[in-house]
Design a protein around this ligand. Structure first.
Ligand SMILES: Cc1cc2nc3c(=O)[nH]c(=O)nc-3n(C[C@H](O)[C@H](O)[C@H](O)COP(=O)(O)OP(=O)(O)OC[C@H]3O[C@@H](n4cnc5c(N)ncnc54)[C@H](O)[C@@H]3O)c2cc1C
Length: 428
């Protein structure tokens, strides 16, 4: 058991951790920074949507973590098991302690395959796949799909990139159409949400593709069980806002859905031939019991941060970035692009004796919604679903309309920017 001290400690060397470390080093090269992360590899997860659709190889999305740790930053290849913010200390799995003056928390989100009854048993075989876990298996499932019901669904918990469960659906529907399987298939989208997308004009644009692909929709559908043997997904219906419908584009109930009363609840059971889902997600279990997590309320377990400054609401020398935080916006790498500079500015302020009063994060997040193998629209928004647009991109393109140039941005532009600019600490 030993104790080592660093001026700035960053938990997690994923999107948020590397971006923050690289920007800090660019701003002030003599900072003593350590990143704690046991991982050997770093994935560009946004491309997993394309891997799942056979449009990119998994190997094209992965680099060695060692190649991304910014020069001059120490890398502690271990796992954090606890944080003692009252002592400015992080505890590792081998019981070593690392103490800090400033802490940045960026361990990402946890996938919980045991969050839905039957999911763990059903997962990864017989057509039950997820781009969140193994996009290569999604590709296998889609490539061998010969028709039937293709169900795309998501859990009631918050998830990273909430648009991802529908992106793979549009790509799958496009693939089915090009293979002549459209008439033999029913593509179904079932979500706990009340609409396809919460921000205009993206909602209207996506609805055109739902119609084009004839996608049957289920809203207010809360996934409660997967029966991998019978190939059935069970839902209960939540309460929908007035004016919303549980069923859209399926007036004659073409899909094989039945109801059954189970343990006093009405289950809506959809029989599938293949099922893609985003599994339930949460803040990492070990993090939830630290003093940095919300102890109760709707954000219980997620890191409590100021929504504009990203400073911990409980400990002023601690900041959060990325998926682990309770920020009321979509958890994406694009959001982190706007969060990291705010964290950096505030730490630099504190280091020079000022306060962390840089409150510039307005909830920006974005979702590149691929709707076919050659079209994408870029949904950009901030807190309260207000549309925000990149000033340069929106001068050149109508980003709210699905187009080929936007697809090129998704396939080539964004990965290039990620590896060569965001991971290198350029703030743009
Ligand atoms: C299928 C899919 C599609 C997506 N599409 C998009 C998209 O189109 N656009 C977009 O912007 N975003 C997208 N995202 C989301 C984006 O990838 C994440 O929001 C982003 O990577 C989150 O960054 P993070 O730093 O919070 O977590 P991560 O990048 O996941 O990094 C977390 C790091 O913490 C480490 N860690 C975890 N626990 C510990 C511990 N106990 N101790 C030390 N280290 C630990 C992990 O090893 C990991 O390296 C997508 C994600 C998926 C899965």
């Amino acid at each position: 058991m030993s104790t080592v001290k660093h001026q700035i400690v960053i938990i997690g060397g994923g999107t948020g951790g590397i971006m923050t470390a690289a920007q800090l080093k660019r701003a002030k090269s003599d900072l003593d920074i350590a990143i704690i992360d046991p991982t050997k590899t770093h994935a560009y997860q946004p491309a997993w949507t394309l891997v799942g659709a056979g449009l990119m190889k998994m190997s094209q999305t992965i680099k060695n973590e060692s190649s991304l740790i910014p020069s001059g930053v120490s890398w502690i290849k271990n796992k954090v098991k606890d944080i003692k913010p009252e002592n400015n200390t992080v505890v590792l799995e081998n019981d070593d302690s690392i103490s800090y003056d400033y802490l940045v928390v960026a361990p990402g989100i946890q996938i919980n395959l045991d969050g839905v009854k039957g999911l763990k048993e059903a997962f990864g075989k017989n057509g039950v796949c997820s781009n969140y876990v193994n996009p290569e298996y999604t590709d296998e499932v889609l490539s061998s799909f010969k028709g039937g019901t293709a169900l795309f669904t998501q859990p009631t918990t918050p998830i990273k990139c909430p648009g991802a469960p529908q992106k793979i659906m549009y790509l799958a529907a496009d693939m089915m159409a090009s293979k002549g399987l459209k008439d033999k298939s029913n593509v179904v989208f079932a979500t706990n949400g009340s609409m396809i997308f919460g921000v205009q004009p993206f909602k209207d644009e996506l609805e055109k593709f739902l119609l084009k692909y004839d996608i049957k929709q289920r809203y207010g559908y809360q996934l409660v069980e997967i029966d991998g043997i019978k190939k059935e997904a069970h839902y209960v219906r939540g309460v929908l806002p007035e004016g919303s419908k549980y069923v859209a584009n399926d007036d004659s109930n073409k899909i094989a859905e039945r109801t059954e009363s189970i343990d006093g609840n009405e289950h809506y059971i959809i029989k599938y031939d293949m099922l893609h889902l985003a599994p339930p997600q949460s803040a990492p279990t070990w993090f939830q019991s630290t003093k940095l997590a919300n102890p109760d309320g709707p954000n219980k377990g997620w890191m409590a941060v100021d929504a504009q400054s990203l400073q911990s609401r409980f400990f002023p020398n601690v900041f959060g970035v990325g998926d682990v935080t309770d920020l009321p916006t979509a958890r994406t790498g694009a959001a982190i692009r706007k969060q990291a500079p705010v964290v950096v500015k505030n730490i630099l302020n504190l280091l020079s004796g000022k306060s962390a009063d840089h409150k510039d994060y307005k909830g920006y997040s974005s979702c590149p919604l691929v709707v076919s193998h050659n079209k994408m629209l870029l949904a950009e928004f901030g807190y309260d679903g207000v549309r925000m647009s990149d000033p340069i991109l929106s001068k050149m393109f109508d980003t709210g309309k699905a187009s080929y140039p936007m697809w090129i941005l998704k396939r080539y532009g964004l990965p290039f920017m990620y590896w060569n600019m965001m991971m290198k600490g350029y703030n743009f």
